[in-house]
Design a binder for this molecule. Structure first.
Ligand code: SF4
Length: 268
């Protein structure tokens, strides 16, 4: 099924967040062209008008910058805002629509706010000039859940290649931007090599486990990767990362058990 990109109007885009350390989230798009198979954000599909499954549609919230301009009035000074929690702010549609960039230009006018960006896309490097103007109140994160390209192709077949993400992290860091690597959900990998590759270019490293394993259970079994659901594997990998990266490592979660259970969506 081809990707469907359509323009929509959003009623509101600045939302309070339950993510630890994040006060508000902004999602300029709904849906995501990267369509990672383990993605936790597919619950947002209920807002999409159309038959496309998760990963095959992008709703471009064309009025998002206007909404941000208005809704920022109720965001208190000192708040930290994340772009984004349930979409990728630098997915391919951003090349044309530039919503993330326009929202950042608005956020620049609020020097009392802190901003975190998180993406899998090397397109993020395009906005380095803007990031510089934020100074230390902005940080940019690259999601890099494995060091093995073959694993990336299994679980994230439409996302950017890992080499391009490592390179984006390096370019941002070399440009003087505060950076972090998000190693999550930690997929089958060589944690020693993964840690060494991000070490020179990440001021901080966040590690998280796989939260909705039943979504990729068949894939895990087909490729002999069930071991990543074992908390012991995860803790060993984290220990290696801590040895390589020291105190920069922050563990933000652990793999969920395979048994399906209801839990609140944690990343909204
Ligand atoms: S890039 Fe993020 S939002 Fe997009 S499919 Fe992957 S995990 Fe989900």
């Amino acid at each position: 099924m081809p990707l469907r990109v359509q323009e929509v109007l959003a009623r509101s885009v600045v939302h309070r967040s339950r993510i630890p350390g994040i006060d508000f989230v902004i999602n300029p798009y709904s849906g995501c062209a990267f369509g990672c198979l383990y993605c936790y954000a597919d619950f947002t599909r209920r807002f999409h008008k159309g038959p496309e499954p998760w990963g095959r549609y992008v709703d471009v919230r064309v009025n998002a910058p206007d909404r941000v301009y208005r809704e920022l009035r109720r965001v208190p000074a000192g708040s930290r805002i994340l772009l984004s929690s349930v979409t990728d702010p630098y997915q391919p549609a951003e090349r044309r629509y530039r919503l993330t960039r326009r929202i950042l230009e608005i956020l620049l006018q609020r020097p009392d706010l802190k901003v975190s960006l998180l993406t899998r896309s090397p397109l993020v490097v395009r906005d380095t000039d803007l990031f510089r103007r934020f100074g230390t109140r902005l940080e940019v994160g690259l999601s890099i859940p494995t060091n093995r390209e073959a694993v990336r192709r299994i679980f994230e077949p439409r996302s950017p290649a890992l080499d391009r993400r490592f390179q984006a992290l390096a370019l941002l860091h070399q440009a003087g931007i505060r950076t972090y690597a998000f190693l999550g959900p930690l997929l089958p990998c060589d944690p020693e090599d993964l840690g060494r590759r991000v070490a020179p270019f990440a001021d901080e490293v966040l590690v998280d486990g796989l939260h909705y394993p039943w979504k990729v259970r068949a894939l895990l079994e087909r490729h002999g990767f069930e071991h990543i659901l074992d908390p012991k594997w995860y803790h060993r990998a984290v220990a290696v990362l801590q040895r390589v990266l020291g105190e920069r490592v922050q563990v933000v979660g652990a793999p969920s058990p395979l048994r399906r259970r209801r839990r609140p969506e944690p990343y909204t």
